[in-house]
Design a protein around this ligand. Sequence first.
Ligand code: SAH
Length: 360
Amino acid sequence: MTRLGAEIAALIAAEGPMPLDRYMALCLGHPSHGYYMTRDPLGARGDFMTAPEISQVFGELIGAWAAATWEAMGRPPRLRLVECGPGRGTLMQDLIRAARVAPDFQAAIDLHLVETSPVLITRQREAMAATGIEATWHADLAAVPPGPALVIANEFLDALPIRQFVMTDKGWRERVVGLVEARLAFGLAPDPVPSVLVPAELRQAKAGATVEICPAFQSLAATLGARRETGPQVALFIDYGHARSAHGETLQAVRAHGFVDPLAEPGEADLTAHVDFEALGRQAADHGLAASSVLSQRDLLFRLGLRPRAEALAKANPGAFTDLKAAVERLIDPAPTGMGSLFKARVIHSADVIVPAFDS
Ligand code: SAH
């Protein structure tokens, strides 16, 4: 067992089984042994690959979108440009480079990065130094100063801890991590949870059905909702997940580009869940925000001008054509598990902003 596994086992022995969100939070964020606290997990030699690491086109297209969105927000002279979970800072670096063609937008940028990993903050500092734009780091979105804000988050929501409820003959019971013969094992809490915890549209279910909720969506939406008084707010979320809420379990652990048992190596494997974009939209509405349609990553990138951008890049660097083509095809792969279809995008925003590519 890993050191974190031993610590979690001791906690369970002392306090009893823990809900999944606590287990996930410890695995990812434990101050000394948490997965993100101890490593840079990205890239071919890491555990997983993300869109901005696959091609610069991704961040560049979002850069052009960001400039257009700033226009749609009424060109605020000072814009909090915020990225949640910026990884290596690659997306932001590509975004800022692409924004050079919009100098007024670039001049308005006040850059804030929301990150908890000390290892990745170091990488992000290097990446931001190369842009020449000063950034401020925060552990939480709520710490970003008030004012108009444009928030970008790629593969951030999937890392936020979830709770799972399973329908039984006693009602909805919470999935917990406990100990069986000194090993971590999934189980169900003995008493049912109040059914209000389960989204209304999923409450009718057969025995064995699972529901996942991500409590952090509520606090994210509350933070963005409260900021509206200080200026227009727009937040773009891109992640793997589903457009409609549904029964099912999606907790997964990934190490070295393959799936592993989520209980086998706490702190050594990435632990994520698919994002329920409908639930995100419901939270937005509850906090006075509008939610855009949900686009597949493929549709989003085409709407943002993938074709002309890729053609321009290929023309500028013909030697890199084969690699560029492969990277772009990976980003827009329409197969059910391909990035173009599994990944979705949704914007939650102040209702009076008409968000480019999503609402127009
Ligand atoms: N957006 C990047 C990285 C995705 S990995 C990319 O697309 O390449 C997830 C990122 O979210 C990492 O930077 C991780 O350290 C960060 N992260 C995970 N949980 C977080 C939390 N609770 N608060 C802030 N950042 C978090």
